[in-house]
Write a protein that binds this ligand. Structure first.
Ligand code: FDA
Length: 319
């Protein structure tokens, strides 16, 4: 109930105006967001890199409603790529297609994605396409497959274990060697298309982990690039220790080395676990979001964990 309410509020303009006016909201949000500028984000990434963690940087924004905004979001990602290169950061980029025009004009979105992917390829870098709500899954997968049809193999995509369709999508992507980031899913979806219960989402996550690891075993183990930017290996993106242990055990059972998969977590969540996995010899990547459009991202993080909401409320009364 609370989760559904917070996710609905993440899309409400009136709630956005109300929440982002409060200084205290930013104080709490900044636990999950690296800053409002790229400079702040790269400072965070340098610290992560020094601690042995790779990063993926996301210029926050989604559901842009006009061409100018979509172009601006595209430029922001291109600038991130240049900064990663200039500062020799161990980082790649994550992109939401609705930020670069998917809901305005799919052709424009494809052109913007191609600009990003081409520049990333020139720089030896990698682009991860985030998965958004279910209304955009078909269009997102279509564009990712299109990239691979064009030979842009430096593109991967996120797959959500809460969707019934994900097993089929995963098998298709694995057969084409499209790198996958496996997540549980952060949006509110109806029971007709998504598992309503956590235990089923978790079981699906484990099944999809199996498919990804078997894919690696059958196709041969690809190598993460020396600079930590290009990970053609499966990414298990969760803070759920049971899911992580499951992936570790399955990989071991299949005789895969620790470097055959990477774990991914969000900035500001389970730093202890991130470090533990690095110490155990696994590649770990932290998702580093930055920018001024932080409201919907922040609301989804509140929705994931009620304790975050109480933290927010207690800060509000302490201000
Ligand atoms: P679960 O929600 O079961 O949480 C397990 C444990 O993790 C909790 O008990 C708690 O300890 C900790 N935890 C989880 N969320 C927390 C929070 N917000 N604050 C504090 N602690 C928290 N989704 C999507 O739909 N499309 C996408 O492209 C992506 N991309 C993405 C990239 C990366 C790197 C990650 C880690 C996640 C995503 N997600 C995503 C989000 C994902 O779908 C999911 O909503 C969150 O990861 C939370 O689910 P967990 O897997 O952590 O499990």
């Amino acid at each position: 109930m609370l989760r559904a309410l917070l996710i609905s509020l993440s899309k409400a303009e009136w709630a956005k105006h109300l929440v982002t006016r409060w200084q205290v909201a930013w104080r709490v949000a900044s636990r999950f967001i690296a800053g409002e500028t790229l400079e702040e984000a790269t400072r965070v990434i340098r610290v992560l890199n020094e601690a042995g963690l790779n990063a993926t940087v996301d210029h926050l924004g989604e559901h842009t409603t006009d061409v100018v905004e979509a172009q601006r979001a595209t430029e922001a990602t291109l600038v991130s790529l240049e900064e990663i290169e200039r500062q020799h950061l161990r980082a790649n980029v994550s992109v939401k297609l609705s930020a670069i025009g998917l809901t305005v004009d799919p052709v424009l979105c494809r052109q913007n994605l191609e600009r990003i992917v081409v520049r990333a390829r020139e720089l030896g870098n990698f682009v991860r396409v985030d998965m958004e709500d279910s209304s955009l899954v078909d269009a997102t997968l279509e564009l990712v497959h299109w990239c691979h049809d064009q030979g842009y193999t430096n593109v991967g995509v996120a797959i959500q274990s809460y969707l019934y369709r994900s097993e089929q999508d995963t098998r298709h992507l694995v057969s084409r060697r499209v790198p996958i980031r496996l997540v549980k899913g952060a949006y509110k979806e109806p029971p007709e298309i998504a598992y309503p219960h956590k235990r089923d989402v978790d079981a699906s996550f484990d099944r999809l982990t199996d498919i990804l690891l078997q894919g690696v075993q059958e196709a041969g183990i690809p190598q993460i690039s020396e600079d930590g930017r290009f990970p053609p290996i499966p990414a298990i993106a969760t803070h759920d220790e049971a899911r992580i242990r499951y992936a570790q055990e399955r990989a071991r059972h299949l005789g895969l080395p620790n470097t055959a998969l990477e774990f991914q977590m969000l900035y500001g969540i389970r730093r202890d676990l991130q470090q533990e996995l690095v110490r155990a010899g696994y590649p770990v990547r932290v998702y580093v979001p930055y920018g001024t459009h932080w409201y919907p991202y922040f609301m989804r993080r509140l929705a994931e964990r009620p304790a975050n909401l109480w933290f927010f409320i207690s800060n509000f009364f302490r201000r």
